[in-house]
Design a protein around this ligand. Structure first.
Ligand code: UT7
Length: 326
């Protein structure tokens, strides 16, 4: 029987660090407020000309190297992003070209902060069905372009970055369970209001009536985030036939350290088993879990044979969890 698992990991983080103290000079906020309400100390911001496809390519290249694979051996590229370079071509097609992965089919997935897990779960199915041998899954965001840098309620929260992994056949274990869900009826809680296809056909219309900035109802999202992530962890463990005591590590989406603590408390899983790096990067949407997983593995925190739960929540609303036997 075929199993799908991780063959390599990579990340790319833009050089520029934007600290809370720098934000104090941009909006009416304080380092103390940001730290105590979110756990964030600094975040990375892509250079002005740096595109999401470039962040994705750097992370993808490192994952290929880590897996010891040539780009030609990749037959599927999925990029999870809500901040693509443009509507089309997809970021995945640009990565395919940049890496020279000429055999790969390529497409993007839009599932906001749950994007990495949606992409991972999709790639797993390709590998299990035999439609793909080696899949490159990348989560990349230049979310800084979607932020109103005059809105203190959102601009302190987000950062840019990318993480990648190669998913391929393994002898045993690998990604052993998945649980994905969506609550489309609550989509208004976090959105970008620039007009897309809801705008009527009008040849005389001025381009874009509204600015493409993230708006969100933080307090409401906070509650849904805690409940849906806790529910997803319970559900995915039940599917894997495991109990919470079997879990060595939880790698959650990094939206707010207070959300992460509340999920840990609700699940009665010790906070020491939850990997947190939000202090360094803020919320990188789809890229958050991929970068956290990389750091947890490369720092030696996650060890071979351990049981790891990945869990996400984000705009859509979408949520999901996977169990990985590392
Ligand atoms: O990626 C997944 C989707 N996103 C999320 O899951 C985000 C979930 N929500 C959250 O993380 C939190 O709700 C926030 C961090 C966004 C906000 O924290 P909060 O503790 O819920 O604060 P709040 O919105 O209730 O605001 C409390 C106060 C308000 O002032 P008043 O009305 O009490 O006078 C805000 O105006 O803090 C004020 N405030 C700020 N003050 C300083 C809001 N933003 C800031 C700021 N600096 N940056």
């Amino acid at each position: 029987m075929v199993h799908a698992g991780f063959l390599g990991l990579g990340i790319y983080l833009p050089q520029k660090k934007l600290t809370n103290f720098e934000l104090e000079k941009m909006v009416d906020t304080t380092d103390e407020w940001i730290r105590s309400r979110t756990g964030i100390v600094e975040r990375r911001i892509a250079a002005p000309g740096e595109k999401t496809s470039e962040l994705a390519t750097h992370a993808g290249r490192e994952a290929l190297k880590d897996a010891g694979l040539d780009a030609k051996s990749i037959d599927l590229i999925i990029v999870a992003t809500i901040s693509p370079d443009s509507n089309f071509p997809s970021v995945a097609c640009k990565v395919q070209k940049n890496l020279g992965a000429t055999r790969a089919i390529a497409f993007d997935i839009s599932a906001a902060c749950s994007g990495f897990l949606y992409a991972l779960t999709t790639a797993k199915q390709y590998v299990l069905s035999g439609m793909a041998q080696n899949a490159l899954v990348i989560a990349a965001e230049k979310i800084s372009t979607l932020i109103d840098w005059k809105d203190r309620s959102t601009c302190v929260l987000f950062g840019d970055g990318a993480g990648a992994c190669v998913i391929g056949p393994v002898k045993k274990d690998g990604i052993i369970a998945d649980y994905m869900l969506a609550y489309g009826d609550q989509g208004d809680l976090m959105r970008v209001d620039v007009e897309g296809s809801r705008s009527p056909f009008d040849p005389d219309k001025e381009q874009f009536g509204k600015l493409p900035f993230v708006v969100m109802q933080g307090k409401e999202l906070f509650k849904v985030a805690v409940n849906s992530m806790a529910e997803a962890v319970e559900a995915v463990l039940a599917k894997a036939n495991l109990s919470k005591k079997d879990v060595d590590w939880v790698v959650p989406h990094q939206a707010n350290d207070r959300i992460i603590s509340a999920v840990a408390k609700k699940l009665e899983i010790p906070k020491e088993k939850i990997f947190v790096n939000i202090d360094k990067y803020g919320n990188m949407s789809a890229a958050s879990i991929s970068v956290a997983l990389y750091e947890a593995v490369k720092s030696g925190a996650i060890k071979k044979g351990q049981t790891v739960v990945l869990v996400a929540f984000g705009a859509g609303l979408v949520a999901g969890a996977n169990v990985v036997k590392w």
